[in-house]
Ligand binder design. Structure first.
Ligand code: NAI
Length: 318
């Protein structure tokens, strides 16, 4: 018989769970046996105002379906008090979903410092603050699952979102390092870059597109990654509209130049094709091996002062 993924006895904190994706996660975990802390500041999508209504509505929804949930109305900047809500009510914390988010879209030229600072505070400082408060519990019990929420805007850039893109990619580095430090304590951390209909996206996408981007279709990925059976950590996933795919880095084979005085800008310009050629690419798990590179490069002959192919016959660059 088919079996559900269940989370009995576990406590899940979902930040920004008063609406959008966070609400979907919270309702799901509540229906699968977990204790849920529904955190939401209850402000606007630009990060203005606050209120208890958003979180309360989701708590009521979970409870009336027979689940266990409590509300927390703090900003994610106050992670200690959010995790305290989990400990005070349920005695533990097992899964942390850093989901709360806002937008302050404006061209880089017109961006005010407040637009930059607010995005930083909610996305990066907030995820740090909540994770920091949960971490000692995770380590002590040798179990923890963290989901951090990035965005295609962070992975690829996006017009009008320098603040948001920077914050979202920062969360990738944050999570990759958490995965390394947490591994021996059975703390797994992964990154999702979702795309889904919410109050955040309804201002920028047409209704027929949004219809095909239901937020509940993000839930299964988060469910699998946070389940005790998961073995993935430190990975990035793009998810939306029924498509779920892991993303990884790619490194070109690259140019090799003898590391001596012949390593000039002109010598590099002549080998530029190799720098950007992905024909013999690899998918690195870490930085390039500096010792190996040095060994290979030292055996090379000095690079000739080269003609740049774009200026062939006219200019020799050094
Ligand atoms: P949403 O606006 O519907 O939900 C975000 C929730 O976070 C709101 O309920 C809001 O009150 C809460 N929140 C905001 N600031 C908070 C704070 N300081 N403390 C506690 N709660 C706070 O947006 P959506 O679409 O559900 O976004 C969820 C996450 O997914 C965000 O991190 C967002 O950046 C990310 N994301 C969403 C995409 C999408 O297509 N919907 C695309 C890429 C990323």
């Amino acid at each position: 018989a088919p079996q559900e993924l269940r989370y009995e006895g576990q406590t899940v904190v979902v930040t920004g769970a008063g609406g959008g994706l966070g609400r979907e996660y919270a309702v799901f975990f509540g229906s699968r046996g977990a204790n849920v802390v529904v955190n939401d500041l209850g402000g606007s999508f630009k990060g203005e105002g606050k209120g208890s209504q958003a979180a309360d509505a989701v708590v009521n929804e979970i409870r009336s379906a027979g689940g266990k949930a409590v509300a927390n109305y703090d900003s994610v900047e106050n992670g200690a008090s959010i995790i305290k809500t989990a400990i005070d009510n349920f005695g533990r914390i097992d899964i942390l979903i850093n989901n709360a988010g806002i937008l302050r879209d404006v061209s880089f030229k017109n961006m005010k410092q407040q637009d930059w600072d607010l995005i930083y505070k909610v996305h990066i400082y907030g995820a740090w603050s909540c994770t920091r408060a949960a971490w000692p519990y995770f380590r002590k019990q040798k179990y923890g699952r963290v989901i951090n929420t990035a965005s295609a805007a962070g992975l690829f850039g996006s017009f009008g979102q320098t603040n948001y893109s920077a914050a979202k990619l920062a969360l990738v580095g944050f999570t990759e390092t958490l995965a390394k430090e947490g591994f021996k304590y059975n703390i797994f951390a992964n990154i999702i870059a979702p795309i889904a209909a919410s109050r955040m996206t309804e201002t920028v996408m047409p209704p027929d597109v949004l219809e095909n981007l239901k937020p509940k279709w993000i839930v299964p990925l988060v469910a699998v990654l946070t389940h005790k059976s998961n073995t993935e950590t430190g990975s990035i996933y793009e998810v939306g509209g029924g498509h779920i795919a892991k993303i990884r880095w790619e490194r070109a084979k690259g140019a090799f130049l003898k590391p001596d005085d012949s390593l000039t800008p002109g010598a590099l310009a002549a080998k530029w094709k190799d720098v950007v050629n992905f024909a013999e690419a690899e998918h690195p798990q870490g930085p390039a091996n500096a010792l190996e590179i040095l060994e290979t490069a030292q055996k090379l002959p000095p690079s000739p002062p080269a003609e740049n192919p774009d200026f062939k016959g006219k200019v020799v660059l050094i």
